[in-house]
Design a binder for this molecule. Structure first.
Ligand SMILES: NC(=O)c1ccc[n+]([C@@H]2O[C@H](COP(=O)([O-])OP(=O)(O)OC[C@H]3O[C@@H](n4cnc5c(N)ncnc54)[C@H](OP(=O)(O)O)[C@@H]3O)[C@@H](O)[C@H]2O)c1
Length: 262
């Protein structure tokens, strides 16, 4: 059985949809925090079990009988994030999975200016220290992030290879059903990079930036909690340093088509 976590999320739901085009529903299980949200998958014959990365005991049942587990990094900010992902990896090992597939990030690094990259680096270090075969998908930066920011006053940024969820979902399915990707993958990215200035110009939107300290103060003034504003600023500072400026042909090779360009 292939077990997919985060199946009620944006990436996980696309993965399950595409997986069901390739393998019978009775060979697919999902581990979700709220099984009621996955009722439509249960109706399609998928095994739905409750699993929360912060409650490792729940994962024992959720991952039961798994040959392969897709651990979708949980949407958790801060110190608990790596521990949660690591708990899911250990639960997959405990269930006897022969391969763990993890959704990392193209810029995973302990030195990154963007905090989630530290979480991915710590999770990858844990995967490397185990003897279970794994695939750490170094996913490109989600293109959906652009829509959250385009048109707002922003900090200075840098080029990013914005990558579509749909393309990354197909790569995850390939990693789960074929022997195409092993270990830490190359960056799985769209073939071009774009700055917010370029994206705004393409769409005829005015692009306005502020120095970091002024942008932070304005965000807090608007009601954004300071830690969240600092978190977001980290993304722009990392982009400025070129952390997301990489493109790589691996995603195109794995999915057999040119990845979407944002
Ligand atoms: N590559 C990138 O640029 C990028 C950008 C942002 C985030 N990410 C990472 O990619 C992941 C998937 O992206 P997405 O777009 O699918 O995000 P999403 O739609 O927000 O989904 C996040 C998933 O994380 C699950 N989750 C949260 N806390 C959990 C916990 N304690 N235990 C188990 N699952 C938990 C959520 O479950 P519920 O449905 O129960 O809430 C949800 O399924 C994110 O969680 C994040 O780690 C990557």
């Amino acid at each position: 059985m292939i077990v997919v976590t985060g199946a009620t999320g944006k990436l996980g739901s696309l993965v399950v949809d595409r997986l069901l085009e390739r393998v019978p529903a009775e060979t697919v299980g999902v581990s979700v925090r709220d099984p009621a949200k996955a009722a439509s998958l249960a109706a399609r014959g998928v095994r739905v079990r409750a699993g929360d990365f912060t409650d490792p005991a729940s994962l024992k049942e959720a991952f039961e009988g798994a040959d392969r587990v897709l651990v979708i990094s949980a949407a958790i900010r801060g110190a608990g994030a790596a521990a949660a992902n690591i708990a899911a990896i250990d639960a997959a090992r405990g269930a006897g999975a022969g391969r763990i597939v993890y959704t990392s990030h193209q810029a995973a690094s302990r030195d990154s200016l963007f905090l989630p990259m530290h979480t991915h680096a710590a999770t990858e270090a844990h995967l490397l220290a185990q003897d279970t075969p794994f695939t750490s998908l170094r996913n490109g930066f989600y293109a959906s992030t652009v829509d959250q920011h385009l048109g707002s006053v922003l900090p200075e940024d840098g080029p990013v290879s914005w990558t579509a969820h749909a393309d990354l979902a197909d790569a995850a399915v390939a990693a789960l059903t074929e022997d195409v990707l092993d270990g830490i993958t190359p960056p799985l990215t769209a073939p071009v990079t774009r700055t917010f200035a370029e994206l705004a110009a393409e769409q005829g939107i005015e692009h306005v930036t502020l120095p970091d300290d002024e942008w932070l103060a304005a965000a807090v003034e608007r009601g954004t909690p300071a830690p969240l504003a600092e978190f977001t600023l980290g993304m722009f500072r990392a982009a400025r340093r070129g952390e997301f400026a990489v493109t790589d042909p691996t995603l195109e090779k794995v999915i057999g088509r040119t990845p979407q360009v944002r």
